[in-house]
Design a protein around this ligand. Structure first.
Ligand SMILES: [Zn+2]
Length: 62
């Protein structure tokens, strides 16, 4: 899960994919070139695909 912050309406938007076009669901602004964050850890994500760490907490569920 990835997250971007809209510079226009200042709302976060979420996507399961970091590739392709990213349009703000609130105001319709194109956020494709905006900074990308990991929605879980809130760390900045580079443009590398498939290499973000999985949080330890969510690996086990009882
Ligand atoms: Zn927006």
């Amino acid at each position: 899960m990835f997250r971007k912050n809209c510079y226009k309406c200042h709302r976060p938007s979420f996507s399961s994919s970091e590739s392709g076009q990213w349009i703000c669901p609130v105001c319709g602004e194109d956020l494709t070139s905006q900074r990308l964050f990991n929605a879980i850890t809130m760390e900045k994500v580079g443009m590398r695909i498939g290499s973000f760490p999985v949080p330890k907490e969510s690996s086990k569920k009882n």
